[in-house]
Design a protein around this ligand. Structure first.
Ligand code: BG6
Length: 514
């Protein structure tokens, strides 16, 4: 299906190979925090690209809601400038598509607890229904600092903007991460959400789930026959999940110094990867069948006892060093970071899943900033061969490894042993490598595009259900508590640009090099 402007096709030919038949109902999308960084860098470009690709319905509107002062026209101009800067070359704001998009943009400047402003928002949405054909459907996107989420949710209820009887159309809410800062605050936030929106209307975003290679984990497992028979404790030796970044905390020191790597990455992104790689085959492809299996596998992970935390975890904080040959400063010197900070910028944990499939198989999870390379991947290492008949005595026969590469490379690689050509029977490890870009000849759409599009269509598959969020908090809480209550006097304990702290190799000597 193709979007049109004045009867003419509006689909961009560069993305023409991608699926475009996922148009949602007409609707209004309200972005709380529309003057913030996430909106201009990710959310707005995602909306515009959805429009360019013909995935937005023809009848839509976007309402920005934030404290900064803009008139509607100034907001349109602001959006154009941001799109000029942040959108991909195939989705620049120009021509008939931009003109149509711009006329569907408007803005409300207010404090987030200003009751009257929500009345004005309700009126604006009704006007949009009448003038822009949005049919009473509303998607609210919370992209403000998390401390404002409860205020906004309560105000939406006060203004009758939550789902309720007699309402025309649907109302859904997207909640940005982090969903809480620990188990108690997550539960508190959930109580607020639950008072106002039913679970079927709540879309908890974890942008990792919108990445194509993450979605492919399930396809790899359940659209092939060869992996499933060996996907268990009989054949798998260990699983390592890595989310490594070269970036430091940039300008987010204020937030990050109160969060740390365990909260920022492991509790959500990495835990979701674990759930996808370890879950049982779902009965079907619908959102609840999949989300139930994800929650089930997390429920089979016992949170560690406090006394066991030192043996199953490792933490680190970056010192000065070099990234791509350029000197960078230590974490404690970053803006808005406490110069004596005890916050970890690297976290590694070892978890086990207590069920028939995985009993005894260690899952190693690690994530860190200012590491040697940006790389996110899941590596499944299989057991060694049971009996050796091949290879000269000096040859090491390495076990098979299946690597799901999430970023920056997107693909799947398999390590296996092969005979080196020649008269001797030397054995060496080689890789079979599949790459999405070359394999399919198209670029993966950015995660936010997929996720916003899905929320507009009412597909919750790629959003995290409350029971899974809660369990992920339960699993990390003992580690968080121990780390918060005990200062690590070795910090900073890894140089920027390195493979991370030595303690992580003590936890697991088998980490794949970044
Ligand atoms: C965010 C974290 O959720 O994910 C950031 O808050 C991190 O600290 C980012 O940098 C990583 O996302 P990506 O898509 O760049 O791997």
């Amino acid at each position: 299906m193709t979007a049109t402007v004045d009867g003419k096709a509006a689909t961009n030919p560069l993305r023409a190979g991608l699926q475009t038949d996922r148009i949602s109902d007409p609707c209004s999308v309200v972005f709380f925090g529309a003057s913030g960084d996430l909106f201009k860098r990710m959310l707005l470009p995602a909306m515009y690209s959805l429009r360019v690709r013909g995935i937005l319905p023809n009848d839509f509107s976007i309402v920005g809601f934030s404290r900064s002062k803009y008139s509607d026209d100034q907001f349109r101009q602001y959006c154009k400038e941001q799109l000029d800067q942040f959108s991909t070359p195939d989705a620049k704001p120009q021509g008939a598509i931009w003109d149509d998009f711009a006329k569907r943009l408007s803005y409300i400047s207010a404090e987030f607890d200003d009751h009257n402003a929500y009345g004005a928002l309700a009126k604006r949405l009704n006007d949009n229904d009448a003038n822009l054909g949005t049919k009473g459907n509303r998607l609210f996107y919370l992209s403000t600092p998390p401390s404002l989420f409860p205020k906004i949710i309560d105000q939406l209820k006060e203004a009758d903007l939550n789902p309720h009887q007699g309402q025309e159309g649907w109302a859904r809410i997207i909640v940005e991460k982090p969903f809480g800062t620990d188990l108690d605050s997550a539960r508190e936030l959930q109580q607020t959400v639950d008072r106002v929106f039913p679970e079927s209307a709540v879309y908890r975003i974890d942008h990792y789930l919108g990445k194509e290679p993450v979605q492919d984990i399930m396809a790899l497992r359940f659209a092939n026959t060869i992996f499933e028979p060996v996907w268990n404790r009989n054949y798998v030796d260990s699983v390592q999940i890595t989310a490594a970044e070269q970036l430091g905390v940039e300008l987010r020191g204020g937030y990050y110094d109160n969060a740390g790597a365990l909260r920022d990455m492991i509790q959500n992104h990495v835990m979701n990867l674990l759930a996808l790689v370890a879950m049982e085959p779902p009965a079907g492809r619908d959102a609840d069948a999949i989300r139930a299996e994800k929650a089930k596998v997390l429920s089979a992970i016992e949170p560690p006892a406090v006394a066991d935390v030192p043996a199953m975890s490792a933490r680190g904080q970056y010192g000065a060093g070099a990234i791509n040959g350029k000197a960078v400063q230590a974490y404690r010197q970053e803006p808005d970071v406490n110069p004596n900070s005890n916050t970890e910028t690297f976290a590694a944990v070892k978890l086990t899943i207590e069920n028939w499939r995985w009993a005894g198989v260690p899952f190693y999870l690690r994530s860190g900033k200012r590491l040697a390379k940006k790389t996110s991947e899941i590596a499944v290492t299989f057991k060694p061969i049971p009996h050796r008949i091949y290879g000269e005595t000096t040859d090491t026969i390495e076990p098979n490894v299946l690597v799901m590469k999430i970023q920056p490379e997107e693909g799947v690689a398999m390590r296996f042993s092969a005979k080196v050509p020649g008269p001797k029977s030397h054995i060496r490890s080689v890789f079979m490598d599949f790459n999405y870009g070359t394999g399919f000849g198209v670029q993966s759409p950015p995660a936010y595009e997929r996720l916003i599009g899905d929320a507009m269509r009412g597909d919750q598959t790629l959003f995290t259900r409350w029971d899974a969020v809660e369990r992920a908090w339960e699993i990390v809480m003992p580690v968080l508590e121990v780390w918060e209550n005990t200062k690590d006097f070795t910090f900073p304990n890894y140089a920027s640009g390195s493979e991370g702290p030595d303690v992580s190799f003590k936890l697991f000597p088998g980490w794949r090099p970044l």
